[in-house]
Design a protein. Structure first.
Length: 332
């Protein structure tokens, strides 16, 4: 059975871009009996930016409740928090000694910040902490510790998996074959999900639709979707945000019928109202489950506790192998 592992940073509320781009495909993958999946909340990765006790605490529950409400089956998937697996941080320290500094200099997230600083005429490392700089090493530790074969990630994370593979290779070469070489699994192009302003849905554009927005908020957001100035009874092109979103939620038949009505000419107001109804029908059972879990956190705690125990067992086996390989003596 192949081991599949991925992490999500608790840095804010999940939106439809996260759902269709990462969460839904990962949940579908977990239904395949050839895979054992390990999905975790990367709370120590979030610490590079989320440095506020209440925020980190709340975001962590948000992510856990999100996975569960979107259909993750905790009997099948090991769901855990990175911070519940302290071996991660030991392995990260060990691996940092095998990672060339130059490799970190070339990592995208760090490089992007350096470029911003340089353009602004600041010192190149202005505002950059070591957590960000060593981020790929911590991620490598997550991956290698649980003996992962496949790592489903967005294209933006591809370089990190390549780094993980490189570092695993350096270790194996120096200390003998210890780690599997993990492979990234890039989600098929679901297309860029558009936000209410027609640009890519992204927190940084402020155009997102949160997965669990309540009915009133969802309606407001749908109404905010930018449309063109085609008159109500004129035919509409299908190259519009409303139709793009509709396609994600509707069955093939629903989508075909909607396309036909748009092309015949229904008003944008009517189109928005149809989109809202479809989305709301799809999302409301998930929203209910999310709200239930948020107000019954003891259920979530229990799931994360069990997941942590399972992950720690695997982690402990790996770390013993690693200690042994590098010559750290375990006193019995
Ligand atoms: N860096 C990933 C992100 O920003 C999150 C992450 C942390 C991760 N550790 C991981 C993803 C290990 C895959 C495997 O989305």
């Amino acid at each position: 059975m192949k081991k599949v592992l991925t992490g999500i940073k608790p840095t804010g509320i999940a939106h439809l871009g996260n759902y269709f781009g990462a969460i839904k495909p990962a949940i579908e993958l977990s239904k395949n009996s050839e895979y054992q999946c390990y999905y975790f909340i990367a709370d120590y990765h979030a610490l590079t930016t989320v440095q506020n006790k209440e925020e980190l605490y709340e975001y962590t529950y948000q992510i856990a409740c999100t996975w569960l409400a979107c259909g993750l089956d905790p009997e099948k998937v090991v769901l855990y928090k990175q911070s519940d697996v302290p071996q991660t941080f030991e392995l990260s320290t060990i691996l940092s000694n095998l990672t060339p500094k130059g490799l970190m200099n070339r990592a995208h997230a760090y490089k992007a910040k350096v470029e911003v600083n340089e353009e602004a005429g600041e010192d190149k490392d202005n505002g950059i902490n070591m957590g960000l700089y060593c981020y790929p090493i911590l991620m490598t530790a997550d991956i290698l510790l649980l003996d992962s074969d496949l790592v489903p990630v967005g294209i933006d994370q591809k370089q990190h998996i390549e780094i993980a593979r490189d570092v695993a290779g350096y270790f194996n070469k120096k200390f003998g074959n210890t780690f599997k070489l993990p492979q990234e699994l890039i989600a098929e192009n679901v297309g860029v999900l558009v936000g209410v302003d027609g640009r890519k849905m992204s927190k940084s554009y402020g155009n997102t639709i949160p997965i669990f927005a309540d009915e009133g908020k969802l309606k407001k957001l749908v109404n905010r979707i930018v449309t063109d100035s085609t008159a109500p009874d004129e035919p509409k092109t299908l190259d519009n945000t409303i139709f793009k979103l509709y396609k994600l939620f509707g069955t093939k038949q629903q989508t075909d019928e909607f396309a036909e009505r748009l092309q015949k000419g229904i008003s944008w107001g009517e189109a928005k109202s149809e989109l809202f109804t479809l989305m709301n029908n799809y999302l409301s059972p998930m929203r209910e489950k999310y709200n239930y879990l948020q107000s019954h956190r003891e259920i979530v705690d229990e799931i994360l506790k069990k997941g942590g125990e399972k992950a720690r067992q695997i982690a402990q086996n790996t770390i013993l192998k690693v200690r042994n390989a590098i010559g750290v003596v375990d006193i019995k």
